[in-house]
Write a protein that binds this ligand. Structure first.
Ligand SMILES: NC(=O)c1ccc[n+]([C@@H]2O[C@H](COP(=O)([O-])OP(=O)(O)OC[C@H]3O[C@@H](n4cnc5c(N)ncnc54)[C@H](OP(=O)(O)O)[C@@H]3O)[C@@H](O)[C@H]2O)c1
Length: 341
């Protein structure tokens, strides 16, 4: 089976290649695509694959049995449905189809049962929502979530390679200013709405007429879809912070039933894809970067017996994108729906 990766040179695409390598996902050939020319070939399991500009090589996608999309929403919209109709499995990490009722939105630990042999286009989740869903789904099964308050602390890699490169430049300016005891003066940012070095920005995406950002709307709507719980009332404030990778979330979950902290703790200790940090230990983005599981700490009772508070950290490029996508492919393969190489 020929496996395609669109966006292979990006933050998510690079991690997809690493996951294919590390998890020994089978392929007979890898076809790698980017927007621009001139990228060096990539080596995966000792095999060298050139990176092809998609604009002049998109017909090669027709040879693939499985395609991972990690480019832009626009590229996915243009190509993904057509490829799936032709019979390829398509796993899309963009946000183009996540809320499409015809497209399963899958986090394997949470809703692998929503995969179907005849729905070959499968969406991967928003990188903030995925951590939230893995941590909350065991608790939702126990007591049914009624309301959620969420504040996110999202790393710069969530906005792509360009934002991360811009952050590196700003960090150097910030360090020089700090050494001189001066206020830093940054060039106008291109990738984020304000300089991110030494800053936090309460805007991820653009705002709608009600003042909610794209990210805030996505987290609420996607969580409802993945948990199959359209009635959960969710308020989100999404904030970009100057970390490199790993999104953190403070979450206040209010349940229909009484929620017992000790029972929650026992349940989360054995939940799939999760690591519970207990006592005075808690996860941070720096410590969780590069690790697959969703980390949960600071689990405690909220204002009354129906509310629990959690601190959740997960790697946005792994469980938030590349690892989750490869886990979806593994699940499809386990069910015998993929043609083996
Ligand atoms: N970053 C995250 O944490 C995260 C998490 C979940 C989902 N996602 C989604 O994953 C996708 C990729 O994000 P990213 O952070 O990896 O972005 P990125 O670092 O900016 O990389 C984008 C990649 O897509 C390629 N690309 C862009 N436009 C293209 C086009 N028209 N045709 C073919 N390739 C194209 C780029 O090629 P060049 O290198 O040649 O420009 C690059 O390989 C986005 O849809 C994003 O929303 C990201």
């Amino acid at each position: 089976m020929i496996v395609g990766v669109v966006g292979a040179t990006g933050m998510v695409g690079g991690e997809l290649l690493s996951q294919i390598e590390r998890r020994r996902f089978p392929f007979s050939r890898l076809l790698l695509f980017s927007a621009s020319r001139g990228h060096a070939p990539r080596i995966v399991r000792d095999r060298r694959s050139p990176v092809l500009p998609l604009s002049s090589h998109s017909r090669l996608l027709n040879d693939c049995g499985l395609v991972f999309f990690a480019g832009s929403d626009g590229v996915s919209r243009r190509l993904a449905k057509r490829l799936a109709r032709r019979g390829a499995w398509v796993i899309d990490d963009s946000s183009a189809f996540r809320l499409d009722p015809e497209v399963p939105l899958i986090i394997p630990e949470v809703n692998a049962g929503a995969l179907r042999a005849d729905r070959r286009l499968v969406a991967g989740p928003n990188c903030t929502m995925s951590g939230l869903a893995v941590a909350l789904s065991p608790l939702h099964r126990l007591w049914k979530i009624r309301e959620l308050r969420v504040a996110s602390y999202q790393s710069v890699s969530g906005a792509g390679r360009g934002a991360l490169e811009e952050f590196a430049g700003q960090a150097a300016v910030f360090a020089q200013a700090l050494a001189k005891g001066e206020n830093p003066s940054f060039p106008k940012p291109r990738f984020l709405p304000a300089p991110i070095a030494g800053n936090v920005i309460p805007q991820v995406g653009s705002f709608d007429l009600l003042g909610r950002s794209d990210e805030e709307t996505k987290v609420a709507a996607e969580l409802a879809k993945v948990l199959g719980a359209p009635r959960i009332k969710t308020s989100v404030t999404a904030v970009r912070v100057p970390t490199i990778r790993g999104h953190a979330i403070a979450c206040w979950a209010r349940f229909h039933g009484k929620a017992d902290e000790a029972v929650a703790r026992r349940r989360l200790r054995r939940a799939p894809g999760m690591k519970l940090h207990e006592g005075s230990l808690y996860p941070t983005p720096l410590a969780a970067a590069g690790s697959g599981p969703v980390h949960v700490g600071r689990l405690r009772r909220g204002v009354d017996g129906r509310e629990l508070c959690l601190w959740i950290v997960s790697d946005n490029l792994l469980k938030g994108a590349a690892l989750n996508a490869v886990q979806i492919a593994e699940e499809i393969r386990r069910r015998g729906w993929l043609n083996e190489p």
